[in-house]
Design a protein around this ligand. Structure first.
Ligand code: AMP
Length: 356
């Protein structure tokens, strides 16, 4: 999708009747609820008609209307129908993952954020080039498994929600567990506490933490709840369990709200600013919500192991605001902040600056 095509599409839109649209999953309740609070119409794409059912239980998170498709690929075929409704698509993690990056790039509809970020986010090498190039510290990579001297985490490429990841403390342990048919990365296992930082970058507003172009907000943070690693200790130490062949797993099942020592916030903003400014140089900028996944070490150093370039499910505990967003505006969720950005851009005739 070229920006020219997006602009042509926007030119044909009825701008007084925009519809906020996303796939019914992940953070959609929050996105619909936020859009509703800002006065937008909402449309949910339900993959399979069973998906619709539970939305009836949440009237304030239910979209005004549904489009039911039987699989993700069919979304592409419905683009014209959706265009008639002046939709603006809000991508989230499940949307991009299940539709597939290539198809997401082909989606013929105005989409919130910069789709060029995908290339930098989905390739672990490029992600490292971006984040380290911005001056952030990432966990060290171990290229040769024979050189494993400290605990490492082994990650399979494209694994969904941490599935299949494992910890190894020695080369022998690595050899026992690795599936060499799947591409993988070996990373230093960083000891510390995890914080998932939810930022919002606006290239068109200047009323928050100022950066080279536009400004940055911190809306919330969470810690992921991962089965079985987060509760396995109820049964015994990890070392004990591994001896009898029970290995911890890292599958995300939920999110826990968290706040951080206030004295660490300057570092949080500095990291966010660096990531955005580098992204402006590399690919025209990461727009809207993004999340830095970090571990804070005992020396109060941040190590960033991943970036997610859109709304993350970790923002879901904050449908009615977080301890941080409450200091910006009461009742401000990330979903609502996205809707506000679209509303403001529309008013200022700047939709093209925040959509791709
Ligand atoms: P990811 O898919 O990269 O977000 O990783 C899934 C989970 O593995 C994270 O939420 C963390 O709990 C854990 N994890 C990932 N990378 C590291 C690391 N380098 N050190 C410690 N834990 C990690």
């Amino acid at each position: 999708m070229t920006q020219k095509k997006i602009d042509d599409m926007l030119a044909s839109y009825d701008k007084d009747n925009l519809t906020i649209c996303t796939v019914c999953s992940h953070s959609s309740l929050q996105i619909f609820n936020g859009a509703r609070k800002e006065g937008f119409k909402t449309l949910g794409i339900a993959v399979g008609k069973e998906r619709k059912k539970f939305y009836d239980a949440f009237p304030l998170g239910r979209p005004d209307e549904f489009l039911v498709v039987d699989d993700y690929k069919k979304i592409l075929k419905n683009a014209d129908k959706l265009k008639q409704k002046n939709v603006i698509v809000i991508p989230h993690g499940s949307f991009v993952e299940y539709l597939g990056a290539k198809n997401f790039l082909k989606l013929d509809l105005p989409t919130f954020g910069n789709r060029d970020v995908l290339m930098w986010e989905s390739d672990r090498g490029k992600e490292r080039e971006w984040l380290e190039g911005a001056g952030l510290t990432m966990p060290k990579e171990v290229k040769d498994p024979k050189k494993i001297e400290k605990p490492v985490i082994v990650k399979y490429h494209g694994a969904k929600g941490g599935k299949g990841f494992f910890i190894a403390k020695t080369y022998e342990e690595f050899e026992k567990r690795i599936n060499k048919r799947k591409p993988y990365t070996i990373q230093e296992f960083v000891m510390g506490t995890r914080y998932y930082l939810h930022y919002f970058y606006s290239p068109i507003s200047n009323d928050a933490y100022k950066i080279k172009k536009g400004s940055l907000q911190l809306l919330s943070m969470d810690r992921r709840d991962e089965t079985t690693i987060d509760e396995v200790q109820r049964l015994g130490s990890i070392a004990e369990l591994e001896e009898i062949g029970i290995h911890p797993t890292f599958v995300v099942t939920g999110n826990i709200p968290i706040v951080m020592r206030e004295s660490l916030l300057p570092k949080v903003f500095d990291m966010g600013k660096r990531v955005v400014e580098k992204s402006l140089k590399l690919f025209g900028g990461i727009i809207g919500s993004f999340c830095l996944e970090t571990v804070v070490t005992e020396d109060l150093e941040f190590k960033v192991f991943e970036i997610s370039a859109r709304i993350v499910a970790g923002t879901n505990p904050y449908i009615s605001g977080s301890p941080y967003s409450e200091l910006i505006q009461p009742d401000l969720s990330t979903g609502r902040r996205i809707a506000q950005e679209i509303k403001y851009a529309n008013k200022k005739n700047k939709l093209s600056d925040i959509l791709s």
